[in-house]
Structures are given as structure tokens and as C-alpha cells.
Design a protein around this ligand. Structure first.
Ligand SMILES: [Zn+2]
Length: 441
């Protein structure tokens, strides 16, 4: 039987016309949402089993993460030797560029499974990943793809091309994977042209990346102006600021993600708007690296599509949303702002971004959309309706435990038990491999 009901809870549809349906139900058929409404009516209309009892729970579209690094798992608990890094450039050199270089095939696979489990645990059903493993480059995206398919969630994958180890390192891997994606047309996997950042890419490399991206009709997934190093490097070497350089090289556009966008001037912001490029905000990571605060409200005010990511720090998207909410209130010294904008980033903008890359509708509960759902333990202590939903989301549901996670109708977690992967076994394997990775560093 390919159809079932999720019934009894509060259904929050999101989408253009967000509805809050008490004692609601979702009818799932062949991986899609085939009906939504009151539980009583759906039970009359559809003669099938109630597979998920959602009483005392909220049923929402699964969350989407617009920027992730699955390979970052083994940094957890690792103390790089020497003095603590005092700036972003040193964080890259002392931690990330040492860690990614130490990863071999098994490390790439197992270190991806850990955050994929965390995605399932947090109701995150689609991610945009950005990968680096210079000592195991060729085939690394296939290894990630295998982990993603085993987990059951959806992912956009790319390898971050950079000249920092070898010129155009990672380009061939992106090209190989894009060719595979073009042939497979998978509803679960898709590819982009990954680029590290302007500061580790020559003009020649950008040109080569552009040729491949245009051949496969894909956009770029690149870190932009994360630390001040990125724009000073561009100014010194090329005489223009980061975004001006990237746009002049054609590394931009409606299918491209500019991640971070912190150190931008007015002209660069305008260029992002003019080229229809999407910006992705990662507040926890930016605070952790002490790189500054992106002018997210300013970008949104200009009509730039801004999404929300975790930069590999976590897989909990509501927590990331609340971080954005608090950060921009403080940054603007204004308690009137970010109440609508922070949830907008996660609940509506990330869905709009996903729509550009995945062949199924994500981030909304409506007929024909993907049955990608998060069922959260949440009993509202005050009235909950479409008008005050954001207040419940920011101050209550953000801390709700996810009970059930579903992708394409497949139940990946039920009663807080991950079904698609063996959490204990994977963590044990990761600890063993991480010890070896650390010793190689
Ligand atoms: Zn990143």
C-alpha cells in the first residue's frame, strides 16, 4: 500500500496561503501529498490506514538547509595544535584545511552519515551540501550521494573547487558528478558547480568552472565575502571587490548561491540584486567565526532572495532561524525587526530556493507537493492560528522535539527512532575513524 494518513494533529501548510488546521490530516500517496484538510473529512474520503497518529503534535513541511558541510563532523571535539586561531584566515588554515585534507574515502562516507542522521532527527529533509576532501577527491560526491540515498533525505551536492592544493582542484569531480546527475534525473539528488571562495580561485580557474557549469546548465555554490580576507584579496589581486569580480566573470545568476555575503558594499549588494543571485545567511557560523553580521534585512529589503543555512555547524534549522531572529534584533538595536524576516528565510525562502533545484515541490503541504514532513511534539499553550503562528514558531516550536520525519512518503524516523540508519553503529564507526583522522593531522 502506497497510501496512508497522518491524522489528528495541527497541520501547518506554509506556502503562499499558510493555513493552520486543527485536528487536521495529510493524505500521502506515492510519495506525494494527495490531500490535506480536517481529519474527519480525509478519513471519509480515503479508505486507508492512519500510519502516523499526530495527536499533540504539529505536522509541518520538512525543513530545508540552504548551506551545509557534511564533512565537518570530525572537527567536533578536535583541538588544532598550536595557538588558538585569531582570525578567520587562521581558522581555515589551522582547522578546516587540515581536516579536509586528512579525509579518506571511509571518512567522507561515515562523517556524512552522522549529520544526515542529525538532519532526520531535526526534521531537515533537504540540504545543499558543499564538500571538500582533497586527498580523496575523485568519486567523493558518489560516496556522499550513497550516504544521502541511504539516509533517505534529499541533497544538492557539489565539490568546492579551489586552487589552494592544486590548480582547479575539484573541477573534474564536479564535472563527473554533474554528468551523472544529468543522466539520472533523480528526485533525491542534484548537483551544482561548487567553488570555495574568490580568494582561492584564479581567473583561469573561474573560466574553466564557468565552461563546465554552462555545459550542464547549473549555477554556482560559493562562499562570498565571509571574512574580510575575501574582499581584500580581490582588491589587491584584481583591483575590484569580491562580488564585482565574480559577476564580471559570470559566476552569478538565478541558479547560484552566494553564501555569507558579509563584507559587501552598496554596489556589490546592487549587483547581487541585478543578477538575481541568491544569498544564504549562516548566523551561528558567522558568530562562531567572529566574521561579522550580514546585512540580511537590507538585502531582503532590496528584493534579494536570502536563504538560511548552517554552514555545517548543525542540522537544526528552527534553532538557526531563532539565532537569526536574535542576532538581527541586537545588531539593529531594534526590537521591531526580524520577527517576520527570520522565519521567512527558513520557511518560505528556502522553499523558493529548493524549487529552483529539485524537480518536486518542497517546503509546503498542498496537493502535488512532495510528502516531505516533520511531525513535532507541540501542544500550544495559547491559541494557535495562521495570524499568530510565527510567535509560536519562534518562542515554542523552535524547541519542540521532532517525533517523525518523512521524505517522499518514506518514514525515516518514527517515535524518535531513526529507521533508515543505525545511529549507534555509525557513531561508533565515526569515533574510530576520527581518531585516525586526528592522528594524521
Ligand atoms: Zn560554508
Amino acid at each position: 500500500m502506497n497510501d496512508y494518513l497522518i491524522a489528528g494533529g495541527i497541520v501547518i501548510t506554509l506556502g503562499k496561503n499558510n493555513q493552520v488546521i486543527h485536528d487536521g490530516a495529510v493524505y500521502v500517496k506515492d510519495g506525494l501529498i494527495a490531500d490535506v484538510g480536517k481529519a474527519k473529512e480525509l478519513k471519509e474520503r480515503h479508505d486507508c490506514q492512519v500510519k502516523v497518529d499526530a495527536r499533540n503534535k504539529v505536522v509541518m513541511p520538512g525543513f530545508i538547509c540552504a548551506h551545509h558541510h557534511l564533512y565537518s563532523t570530525m572537527a567536533r571535539g578536535f583541538a588544532p595544535p598550536g595557538e588558538p586561531a585569531s582570525c578567520f584566515g587562521e581558522i581555515l588554515e589551522r582547522l578546516w584545511w587540515k581536516l579536509d585534507k586528512a579525509l579518506l574515502e571511509d571518512d567522507v562516507y561515515v562523517s556524512a552519515l552522522v549529520p544526515l542522521i542529525e538532519c532526520i532527527r531535526n526534521g531537515t529533509t533537504a540540504i545543499f551540501d558543499h564538500h571538500a576532501s582533497p586527498s580523496y577527491r575523485e568519486g567523493s560526491l558518489d560516496v556522499l550521494a550513497r550516504a544521502v540515498l541511504e539516509s533517505g533525505i534529499r541533497a544538492s551536492l557539489c565539490y568546492e573547487v579551489s586552487d589552494r592544493n592544486v590548480p582547479t582542484g575539484g573541477l573534474a569531480e564536479n564535472e563527473r558528478f554533474l554528468k551523472r546527475m544529468a543522466a539520472e534525473k533523480s528526485p533525491f539528488l542534484t548537483g551544482m558547480m561548487g567553488l570555495h571562495a574568490s580568494m582561492t580561485l584564479s581567473d583561469e580557474t573561474l573560466e574553466k568552472c564557468r565552461a563546465v557549469a554552462e555545459r550542464y546548465g547549473v549555477g554556482y555554490h560559493i562562499h562570498v565575502a565571509e571574512g574580510s580576507e575575501d574582499h581584500s584579496d580581490s582588491l589587491v589581486k584584481y583591483g575590484v571587490r569580491t562580488v564585482e569580480r565574480l559577476v564580471s566573470r559570470g559566476i552569478c545568476g538565478k541558479s547560484s548561491l552566494y553564501v555569507h555575503c558579509i563584507h559587501l558594499d552598496d554596489r556589490e549588494t546592487e549587483l547581487i540584486k541585478e543578477t538575481g543571485t541568491t544569498a544564504v545567511h549562516n548566523p551561528e557560523s558567522n558568530m562562531n567565526n567572529a566574521v561579522g553580521v550580514a546585512n540580511v534585512l537590507g538585502m531582503m529589503g532590496r528584493g534579494i532572495l536570502v536563504g538560511l543555512g548552517t554552514d555545517g555547524m548543525a542540522s537544526d534549522m528552527p534553532a538557526q532561524m531563532r539565532c537569526a531572529y536574535l542576532l538581527h534584533r541586537l545588531e539593529n538595536r531594534d526590537p521591531r525587526v526580524a520577527f517576520c524576516e527570520a522565519p521567512q528565510l527558513l520557511l518560505w525562502n528556502n522553499a523558493e530556493i529548493a524549487a529552483k533545484f529539485f524537480p518536486v515541490r518542497l517546503g509546503v503541504i498542498e496537493r502535488g507537493a512532495a510528502a516531505d514532513l516533520a511531525v513535532l511534539d507541540y501542544i500550544p499553550p495559547t491559541t494557535l492560528d495562521a495570524d499568530n503562528f510565527l510567535g509560536h514558531f519562534i518562542f515554542g516550536m523552535v524547541d519542540a522535539v521532532v517525533d517523525t520525519t518523512i521524505v517522499a512518503g518514506r518514514i525515516l524516523m518514527r517515535n524518535k527512532q531513526v529507521l533508515s540508519l543505525d545511529e549507534e553503529e555509525i557513531a561508533a564507526r565515526c569515533r574510530t575513524l576520527a581518531a585516525k583522522v586526528w592522528s594524521r593531522i
